[in-house]
Design a protein around this ligand. Structure first.
Ligand SMILES: Nc1ncnc2c1ncn2[C@@H]1O[C@H](COP(=O)(O)OP(=O)(O)OP(=O)(O)O)[C@@H](O)[C@H]1O
Ligand SMILES: [Mg+2]
Length: 319
């Protein structure tokens, strides 16, 4: 028997977007499939919305699964059915009155930006549009939770972003709790509130995305962060540039746009130049990281760091 995941202790908060990141084979899909018991853990319990799914009868479980929508990397649409029928499928399974189904499907297609596409077949849609159908279908029975298994991995970067913003939109509009798995830090950064990093079947790190991103502890996490910021931790290769002391400064939130560093240096006799800088956004929080070459006395550098700390900004002198 393969032990795919072990010792998982995870609580996803109501209304949040929770991301799980890990390399191929880490156990992400297995973990996600445990949430709706498509995969039954050999021990432990799964509780969704206060109900312990692991204690339910098959019939009760079927009912409760309707509270949990799921979308997949390869969309899993019925190719012989129209867009309308794909979305209507779970409504028919739930024995919704025929008269209400059409209106509900139209409403769902509107929500995902596919008004007027009801009569098309999946083969006539782009990847992004197929995933929108997948999302509409997953939302048909008004679930409280949406599970996303690599929902954007088959899409190009631009389409990925449009699907991510749709997910963020539904999360906010419907108060839907979303748990997604991915191997891309970009996905985590764009829409997740919290993240768990999974490696070889275990959670090795978990926290607010911004904290994990700025202070990755586990090696896998550091690799993911590096991959997504490109060489942000790599120093310029020409040794000659590093004449002064190397200072790393990290900003988040409003600080990112304030000239605090400039002010701090100005108070001393030092001069500085920025060797490298990134300003980006995590979900809606701006953050930035600067690598600064400071030329001045040791005392100057100490005072600059102290001033930045006093402003609540992280700054450290690198070796
Ligand atoms: N049905 C199964 N039978 C046997 N082993 C399995 C089964 N499903 C998954 N595994 C194994 O469990 C481990 C975790 O697989 P899982 O599919 O959860 O990984 P993943 O993180 O989703 O990977 P990927 O990013 O490639 O989708 C792997 O070693 C895999 O080979
Ligand atoms: Mg998988």
């Amino acid at each position: 028997m393969t032990e795919a995941i072990r010792g998982i202790d995870l609580h996803v908060r109501s209304g949040e977007i929770f991301g799980v990141i890990g390399h191929s084979g880490a156990g992400k899909s297995t973990l996600l499939r445990c949430v709706n018991l498509l995969e039954r853990p050999t021990s432990g319990s799964v509780v969704v919305g206060g109900t312990e799914l692991t204690r339910l009868s098959t019939r009760q479980l079927q009912q409760h699964r309707r509270r949990i929508g799921i979308i997949f990397q390869h969309f899993n649409l019925l190719s012989t059915a129209t867009v309308h029928d794909n979305v209507a499928f779970p409504l028919r399974l739930a024995r919704q009155p025929r008269s209400e189904i059409r209106a509900r499907v139209d409403e769902l297609l509107g929500l995902v930006g596919l008004e007027g596409y009801g009569d098309r077949y999946p083969s006539q849609l782009s990847g992004g549009q197929k995933q929108r159908v997948g999302i509409a279908r997953a939302l048909a029975n008004k679930p409280d939770v949406l599970l996303c298994d690599e929902a954007t991995s088959a899409l190009d970067p631009q389409t990925t972003d449009s699907i991510l913003s749709l997910l963020l939109d539904i999360n906010e509009k419907l108060g839907l709790t979303i748990m997604l798995i991915t191997h891309e830090m970009h996905v985590i950064r764009s829409i997740c509130d919290r993240v768990a990093v999974i490696d070889q079947g275990e959670i090795v790190e978990m926290g607010d995305v911004i904290d994990v991103f700025l202070h990755p502890r586990a090696q896998v996490t550091q690799d993911f962060v590096e991959q997504s910021t490109h060489a942000s931790s790599g120093f310029p290769s020409e040794e000659g540039i590093r004449r002064g002391r190397l200072l790393r400064v990290r900003f988040k939130g409003k600080q990112t746009y304030e000239p605090v560093l400039f002010e701090a240096v100005k108070e001393t006799g030092a001069v500085f130049s920025i060797l490298q800088g990134t300003v980006s956004r995590m979900k809606r929080i701006p953050y930035g990281q600067l690598l600064v070459d400071v030329r001045g006395s040791d005392g100057d550098v100490e005072r600059i760091v102290a001033r930045l700390h006093a402003e609540g900004i992280e700054a450290e002198v690198l070796a």
